[in-house]
Each structure stands twice: as C-alpha cells, then as structure tokens.
Write a protein that binds this ligand. Structure first.
Ligand SMILES: [Zn+2]
Length: 235
C-alpha cells in the first residue's frame, strides 16, 4: 500500500502547487482600483483646467474692454484739454461721459486684478492635479507590468503542474484517486498525511500501536483516527 500512497502523495504535492498558484493568481492586484483613481484624477484635472481656461478667457476680455475704455477716455480728455469743445452743454456732457468711463475703468481694473489672482491660484491647483495624475499613471503602469509578468508566470506554472498532475495520476489506482478526492474536498485540500514520530503529520495526533503496525501491513490505506486522512508511513 505504501508504494501506491507514495504515488498519491506525489499527486497531492502537485495539487498543492496548483492550488497555491491559483490562489496567488486570484490574489494578484490587476490595477483596477488604481485605474479607477487614474480616471477620477483625469476628470479632476480636466475640470480644474477648464476652469483655468475660463478665467484666462475672462481676463483677456476684461483687459480688452479696459483698453477700449482707456482709449475712449483719453480721446475725450485730449479734446477737452485741447480746448476743442467750448459749448457748455457739450462740455458738461463730455465730463459726464469721462466720469462714467472712469468708473467703468476702475471696475474693470479691480476685476482684472481679481482674475489675475484667481488664475494664478487656479494654475497652482492645475499643477498639483497634473502631478497627482502623472504619479497615479506611473503607479498604474508599474502595477500593470507586475500583474502581466506575474500572471504569465503563474499561468505557465499552472499549465506545467496540470500536465505533471495528469502524468502522476496515471500511476494511481482509480478507486484510490476517488477516495483521495473525497477526503481532500472535506479536509482542506490535504488527503494524505505523512507520519512522523508516530504522529499524523497534519493533525499531529499520536497513532495507536495498532495503527502504526497497520501502516506497513494493511492492504487498505490506513487512516488517521482523528482527522480521517490517509496515512503514509515514514521512509
Ligand atoms: Zn490526522
């Protein structure tokens, strides 16, 4: 029996390799959470940049308006100081016009300063956001590379172990293999336990002298009284 169990034990070692590789595969970080962060950061960046473009456009408009108002005001003032206008009514109208243009100019100048400050502040936010986006993109590409390499390694490992498993299972009697699968499915993937120091190698419960003797002599695979696993005699 020991020879058959030894072969079965080899099958189990391969099954454990396959299981470990599959678990490692399932536990790999495929970068999906970082990808979601990158997408969010892209949206944030775009939003901040749009706002900056808006502020810059408004600033440009205000500066153009300011220039127009200044030119208009200077035109009136030039005519006024050149003494071109003498009609009191016309004079009064022109002074009123200049006063209005001046108020408009003050308002525009205030707005230009506000917009300059706002655009500068917004530029800072855009830069920060850009750095964050670039950092996340680099992190994602690193993660993706690791994931690709590691999942390729693991797939190869699983394919190789699966071929090894088929070859190893061919050396084991079908009934024994079925029994193995049955125990394995309810005993955490380990159906064959190697005995050491008179104890079950998995649950560590001591074997009775009878069980120890049966290890060598029984035609049926002996099982651990405690955990129910098949017992493989020590070398
Ligand atoms: Zn046991």
């Amino acid at each position: 029996m020991n020879e058959a169990l030894k072969n079965l034990y080899s099958v189990q070692e391969i099954d454990s390799r396959i299981l470990a590789a599959k678990r490692a595969m399932a536990g790999l970080d495929n970068g999906s959470s970082t990808k979601a962060q990158v997408e969010q950061a892209e949206m944030d960046y775009k939003q901040l940049e749009d706002k900056l473009r808006g502020l810059e456009a408004e600033l440009k408009d205000c500066e153009l308006n300011l220039k127009t108002v200044e030119n208009k005001k200077q035109g009136y003032e030039r005519r006024l100081y050149a003494g071109e206008v003498t009609n009191p009514k016309e004079l009064e109208g022109m002074e009123k016009e200049i006063g209005m243009l001046k108020r408009n100019q003050d308002k525009l100048e205030t707005r230009v300063l506000e917009l300059m400050d706002a655009a500068q502040e917004q530029q800072g936010l855009v830069s920060e956001s850009r750095s964050r986006l670039e950092r996340l993109q680099a992190e994602l590409s690193g993660k993706m590379e690791t994931y690709d390499n590691r999942s390729k390694e693991l797939s190869e490992e699983i394919a190789k172990a699966t071929a090894d498993r088929t070859a190893a299972a061919d050396t084991v009697d079908e009934d024994l293999l079925r029994r193995y699968e049955g125990i394995r499915s309810r005993a955490g993937g380990i159906a064959v336990s190697q005995v050491g120091d008179g104890r079950c190698g998995v649950c560590h419960v001591s074997l009775t002298p009878f069980a120890v003797r049966m290890l060598k002599e029984s035609q049926e695979p002996p099982t651990c009284e405690s955990c129910g696993r098949m017992l493989l005699a020590p070398e």
